[in-house]
Design a protein around this ligand. Structure first.
Ligand SMILES: Cc1cc2nc3c(=O)[nH]c(=O)nc-3n(C[C@H](O)[C@H](O)[C@H](O)COP(=O)(O)OP(=O)(O)OC[C@H]3O[C@@H](n4cnc5c(N)ncnc54)[C@H](O)[C@@H]3O)c2cc1C
Length: 480
């Protein structure tokens, strides 16, 4: 039963699902519904006058063989640039190169402090041998020592996730420790950097798409349309029709208020699983799953772009700000990834501010956020207020799934509940509450399409088949 398939969400997961489905089942009616004016989701472009930015610079990197084979078909080699990573971290008024060089750190902290860090790391290692960590705080202080944890890892995690690290899952460490980042610095501090060298890493240089990640999305969308898919943009999923065992139609509404009913034999959803669960409540989604979905939290992010009257603020790809008195966590200039993304005489510095939806920060007006970021940016010495020409704010409501200590149990309960709708699959970063990268989401979309087709061939429930295979996405990790 795959003759009419509706795909909810036009990010890379939804587009990859549409492409694969069209390839496997030519002639299938495939409709992608996207709320924004353009496809791409988190991988879309942000155009600010003559500037273009990704919503957080998107490096292209994969360890997934299938996506490695697909990427050259989507983006020609001459459309890619190799960018040398050059990052700094502001701590105690000093910009450290990042990852931090041991010599620089020694100069700043002194040998006595360094010895203290090394001893604390040894104690952490001893603790790690006798206990299984229950949360991020335990995992990281065991891995790197309580002192290094207290100096950097803990405060930065609290700041980024807006959550006490003891309430964060160890899975935050699993996904991001391999990314290097703050942990990489600490490894260097305690002399474990040799382990990093053996691991495939994009740490020193990485691939970036000329003009930004939206080029990849355009290409993926082209493939999906070639395979027969149609994209409806600017329309939001308003309701899902069906019974307690399956979905029969999707009701969408555009910005002008016009509603449309899309009959569906099957549905692949890549929208936030919490929104999907809410839309399924009228179809008698299991109450346990409803409650579990309400316990999952996404973290919002505000991007604040400051247009500056000078060609470059710093030559860095990323600047990290772990200290809590600064409102932003990280900043970047698109021109440092591809000079073509900015005019030659000015630059745009984009600051990332994470926030919980129920916080004062999130409910502040854009003008307040912009002025707070401006003040804090100037306080670091990077900028002067007089050279800032304009400030622009863009909000991402579902920037990150928040991995609290109990998230896995809630997610499992939601997935179990969704299985009652035999012709519905929830996938992608939002649909499986998966802190991932684009390559992972593309694979998740591809696998969802294959699951739908295979289930139809075997006359099975696609949802049951999908749930039985969810483990394949558990090993994903983000490599910086
Ligand atoms: C700051 C940041 C930096 C990143 N850097 C990198 C990087 O360097 N490299 C990398 O590979 N990945 C990176 N990522 C991750 C990458 O962006 C995501 O993994 C990927 O884009 C997720 O794709 P998706 O399709 O699964 O989800 P999304 O992109 O979130 O797509 C979901 C889509 O559903 C739509 N939608 C939601 N609700 C509705 C509704 N009710 N009706 C209709 N449509 C709806 C949304 O508008 C969206 O388009 C980064 C992410 C962030 C936040």
């Amino acid at each position: 039963m795959t003759s009419r398939v509706v795909i909810l969400g036009g990010g890379v997961a939804g587009l990859a699902a549409a492409m694969r489905l069209g390839q496997l089942r030519p002639g299938t009616s495939i409709t992608i519904v996207e709320r924004e004016a353009v496809a791409g989701g988190l991988a879309r472009a942000w155009a600010v006058n003559e500037f273009t930015a990704d919503l957080g610079p998107h490096r292209v990197y994969t360890e997934l063989p299938e996506i490695e084979r697909l990427l050259p078909d989507l983006i020609a080699r001459d459309q890619m640039v190799t960018v040398t990573r050059r990052s700094q971290l502001l701590l105690g008024g000093h910009f450290f190169d990042y990852p931090v060089r041991a010599g620089e750190l020694l100069g700043q902290l002194g040998p006595v402090n360094m010895a203290g860090f090394a001893l604390s790391a040894l104690a952490g290692k001893a603790r790690a041998a006798i206990r299984t960590p229950h949360n991020f705080e335990e995992a990281m202080s065991d891995a790197f020592g309580a002192r290094a944890y207290g100096l950097l890892v803990g405060p930065y995690a609290r700041k980024v996730w807006k959550t006490e690290p003891r309430h964060l899952s160890v899975e935050v460490a699993r996904v991001r420790v391999s990314a290097g980042g703050a942990a990489q610095m600490i490894r260097r501090l305690v002399g474990r950097a040799h382990a990093e060298k053996r691991r495939p890493t994009a740490l020193r240089e990485f691939a970036y798409i000329r003009g930004g990640v939206s080029r990849l999305v355009e290409s993926l969308l082209g493939r999906a349309c070639q395979a027969g898919a149609r994209l409806i943009t600017g329309a939001s999923v308003e309701a899902i029709e069906g019974t307690a065992t399956g979905v029969s139609a999707i009701v969408i509404r555009d910005a002008s208020g016009r509603a449309e009913r899309l009959p569906a034999d099957s549905v692949i959803s890549t929208i936030p699983v919490t929104d999907l669960a809410a839309a399924l409540e009228p179809l008698a989604l299991d109450p346990t799953a409803q409650a579990a979905a309400r316990s999952l939290t996404y973290l919002g992010m505000m991007l604040v772009a400051l247009v500056v009257r000078r060609p470059q603020v710093t030559p860095n790809t990323w600047l990290y700000f772990p200290e809590e008195h600064l409102v932003f966590n990280r900043a970047y200039e698109p021109r440092n990834f591809d000079p073509g993304m900015a005019p030659s005489d000015r630059t745009m510095a984009v600051f990332e501010v994470t926030a919980r939806w129920d916080s004062d920060l999130w409910s502040s007006p854009d003008s307040d956020i912009a002025s707070r970021v401006t003040t804090d940016a100037c306080s670091t010495g990077l900028l002067r207020e007089a050279e800032i020409e304009a400030a622009h704010v863009l909000r991402l409501r579902h920037a990150y799934p928040l991995y609290t200590t109990d998230f896995r149990a809630h997610l499992d309960a939601v997935c179990r509940g969704l299985e009652q709708f035999a012709n519905l699959i929830s996938t992608g970063r939002q649909g499986l509450f998966n802190h991932n990268n684009m390559d992972h989401s593309m694979l998740m979309g591809i696998r969802a399409a294959e699951c739908l087709v295979n289930a139809a061939q075997g006359n099975e429930s696609a949802a049951a088949r999908w749930r039985a295979n969810l483990g394949q996405f558990a090993h994903f990790r983000i490599v910086d």
